[in-house]
Design a protein around this ligand. Structure first.
Ligand code: GLN
Length: 542
């Protein structure tokens, strides 16, 4: 039977609850425990797949093809444990399952109610699909006091009761605001937030208080007193310079020790050398390199969360700091000279994206990278745009387009209606729902020997995660190759181009999948390591 740690948040949103949960899981791993992280999201969408990236941030895709909350990305990056579909649920998903059961008649005539039917479904979700983990860390999205998170809080309250204190721990993350005029950290919002939690029957065992300033013993005592918590269980979550310092910082503040104490487990010294190494490398880079990300959702960097992190990892692998310039691709459409801004960067990356708006600007950025011999890395949409650029400007196919943007004479990028996943044949049509119908999750890809992709990966077969509806049309392979673009990665059935590259360029590689989703600080993704290395080379040449 695993032990459960439930993580709630109070006072304000964006406190880094997900990061805190991920860091705690990493600390438990460093003590030799097996962990899994889960997220319960109170919103009504069935999953975040159809939500705008600029509203909700990145959609993180798991190996088994679930579209999930971006916190699952933090979980994977900090623990290396691959998330599964069963690690993220929303109110929408819970309700749609409950309602489907009701329609089937599974409830035998009962009146369906939030308590017990919805709360039971939440509890079942939390307790299912375990794999002999020692700890399940379960983060509740939103902020305590939100109407929509109530069923989740009620479900975890019941679990605490059913499983007992020896198997459950409630960790509440709050904020201690600093009032500059008074020169003081304020504890009142934390007290109120704990009261709110107590009013639904949950007494937190540990408080993680986010703050920019250290806390006096007196204030710590006061929080403990008013919140009914042991003083040593009031942990400070100080702001750190980079997120990979969080495990070390929370360990210093005693977070994992307090969890051990709560469960009556021995307080062994965790093995933290890997985190120390990462932090040292990030704090003492041997150089810097500037990379432009030319995308459409640049107003909210959370839309490209894993991408930004994967570039940091590529920097770690090369011992350098990566500076990212976020550029809205539409700028290149509005003003011809705008493209000149790319002259001073050492690498250009066009990330995943959807829809026609901004696509011409991305194609211009690809062209600039190709002509100026600036390292180029295209991801998903960034590969589709790279292929269109070669087709239009070098392969004498000026009408080349993507059917994502409407009817086109030369459908170089087209809607995929049928493909294979292992032995399974999957089918889609243009009239399908938008939610959950893309090519999603991990698919195998065969690499051509002697290609840049093959060299970078050091392998001939890889598996990477996908999230897209359109594919580069293999029928144009000969024209593309004649124009200097090689298809160096293909699906095992040879029908779907997965990687393209330009052998005449110092580093020009574009992939149909999302390698950023699998990169970790402890294990940087080879494509990001290779791209940053090539960008370093470029910056040396300038
Ligand atoms: N819009 C493109 C497609 O659906 C690319 C998606 C992406 O970049 N993730 O195929």
């Amino acid at each position: 039977m695993p032990r459960y740690i439930f993580i709630t948040g109070g006072v304000v949103s964006s406190l880094g609850k997900g990061l805190g949960a991920a860091a705690l899981a990493a600390l438990l791993q460093a003590r030799g425990y097996k962990v899994r992280l889960r997220k319960l999201d109170p919103y009504l969408n069935v999953d975040p797949g159809t939500m705008s990236p600029t509203q909700h941030g990145e959609v993180f895709v798991t190996d088994d093809g679930a579209e999930t909350d971006l916190d699952l990305g933090h979980y994977e990056r900090f623990t290396g444990v691959h998330a599964k579909r069963s690690d993220n649920v929303t109110t929408g998903r819970i309700y749609s399952d409950v309602l489907a059961k009701e329609r089937r008649g599974d409830y035998l005539g009962a009146t369906i109610q939030v308590i017990p039917h919805v709360t039971d479904a939440i509890k079942e979700f939390v307790k299912a699909n375990h794999d002999d983990e020692d700890f399940i860390l379960c983060e509740i999205g939103g902020t305590v006091g939100d109407i929509e998170s109530l069923p989740f809080l009620e479900a975890i309250r019941q679990l605490g009761n059913e499983l007992g204190r020896e198997l459950t721990c409630f960790l509440h993350v709050t904020l201690l605001p600093y009032i500059a005029a008074a020169g003081e950290l304020k504890t009142k919002p934390t007290q109120h937030s704990v009261k709110e939690l107590q009013s639904v029957g949950i007494q937190p065992d540990i408080l993680l208080c986010r703050t920019e300033h250290p806390l006096s013993d007196e204030q710590r005592g006061k929080i403990g007193l008013f919140c009914n918590i042991r003083q040593s269980a009031v942990i400070l979550g100080m702001d750190v310079r980079n997120i990979y310092e969080v495990p070390l910082s929370y360990h210093e503040q005693g977070l994992d020790r307090e969890v051990m104490r709560h469960f009556g487990l021995p307080d062994k010294t965790p093995e933290l050398s890997a985190w120390q190494r990462i932090c040292n490398t990030v704090a003492n880079p041997e150089g810097e390199v500037t990379i432009a990300i030319v995308g459409k959702y640049t107003s909210l960097q959370d839309s490209y969360k894993s991408l930004g992190e994967a570039l940091v990892h590529g920097g770690i692998a090369n011992g350098v700091k990566v500076n990212i310039e976020w550029i809205d691709s539409e700028l290149f459409e509005q003003e011809d000279a705008a493209i000149e801004a790319l002259h001073h960067v050492s690498g250009i990356l066009v990330p995943g994206g959807f829809g026609e708006r901004g696509s011409e600007g991305k194609i211009r950025a690809v062209r600039f990278a190709r002509e100026q011999k600036i390292p180029y890395f295209g991801i998903c949409f960034g590969m589709q745009m790279a292929v269109l650029e070669t087709a239009r400007n070098l392969a004498d196919l000026p009408g080349a387009g993507s059917s994502e943007f409407g009817a086109t004479d030369v459908p170089l990028v087209g809607l995929m209606t049928e493909w294979t996943d292992g032995n399974e044949r999957l089918q889609r049509s243009a009239d399908d729902d938008l939610g959950g119908t893309m090519r999603l999750g991990a698919y195998a890809c065969l690499l051509e020997e002697g290609s840049v992709a093959g060299r970078v990966y050091g392998a001939t077969e890889i598996a990477e995660r996908h999230r897209h509806r359109y594919e580069v049309n293999i029928a144009y392979r000969d024209q593309l190759e004649a124009a200097g673009m090689k298809i160096s990665g293909l699906s095992p059935d040879g029908r779907l181009p997965e990687i393209v590259e330009r052998p005449d360029h110092p580093f020009f590689i574009a992939v149909q999948f999302h390698p950023e989703l699998k990169s970790k600080p402890t294990d940087p993704h080879p494509l990001f390591t290779g791209f940053v290395a090539a960008s370093m080379e470029k910056s040396r040449l300038v």
